[in-house]
Design a protein around this ligand. Sequence first.
Ligand code: SF4
Length: 370
Amino acid sequence: MTQVLFDYTRQDASGASRIEHAWARVPRAPAPAERAALKNRAKALLAEHGAVLVAHYYVDGDLQDLAQETGGCVADSLEMARFGRDHAAETLVVAGVRFMGETAKILSPHKRVLMPDLEATCSLDLGCPPDEFAAFCDAHPDRKVVVYANTSAAVKARADWMVTSSCALAIVGHLHERGERVLWAPDKHLGRYIQAQTGADMLMWNGACIVHDEFRGLELELLRREHPDAMVLVHPESPQSVVTQADVVGSTSQLLKAVVDGTAREYIVATDNGMFHRMRQLAPGKALIEAPTAGKSATCKSCAHCPWMAMNATQGLIKCLETGRGEIRVAEPTRTKALGCIDRMLAFVAANPAALAQPQRGFVRNLGSA
Ligand code: SF4
């Protein structure tokens, strides 16, 4: 077990921000022979408990493979939410971070939702404390409150809309067309990208993802010179200096599609490198290059991999099924209140499937549109 320490930004109700410290415990990687035995044990337990595994693209490759091989899913947070809600299994095991387990429980209160490690969280969630956020909303009652999925159930309970990076652009664009002003939380980079694309009036919370915030524009420029034909794929939680160099800006699913459908041989990818596991499986033969974090001479804080996603391991999956520990609970009335903003998003997505299919390519350098 390795303990990782890092800093994140936390805002308060007045709009002021401060730096806080957080930690994550990353389990040791099992030896190759042990991995096979662990996977077999996990498969047997999933079958024994009638459970289905719902895994995020950023978690360990063995967990992604287990989900694929046992009838579960590997997906982004939007698809994870829909899959867990619609699947018949009475036990969902969510491999990801805490807000993903909470969203599954909010949508399926009668199901048992387990997680390999309940302390796997997210800097965006930590940086947006519910009481401070509620006071901030109270100070701006004229704005529609739109929160990113990466927030606690209590923050969602205060929101009008939840969005994921797959549908954020379409939903904020829709609100803007209706003349609504938006209070956006918590990711400042994603918010700035959406504001630039839609022209919406958005008051921003000051939060950031500790992984994507580390990608650096200058280093990316240098890397692009070494790979002039590479396509640059960027998650919009990245800083503007990185997003402006992208050929495609999109959610994890949209970036995966860009690699699978793309005609280029090389791809520079600015998102968590856990994503490379599925990209390599679905687009073998294409060269994937990690976008640089923090410069070659700096001490890398994130190394482009989320320390909380790294807390998910096959050992944890086995333990939660064997012991029943790691169960997510969301108290009422928080659950019912949070359900409102999630259901609103899911209804919008169901009614507007084309909105998700559109490539998000606002700052597209090669296609020349702004
Ligand atoms: S990668 Fe970033 S946004 Fe995703 S869970 Fe980790 S800290 Fe949160």
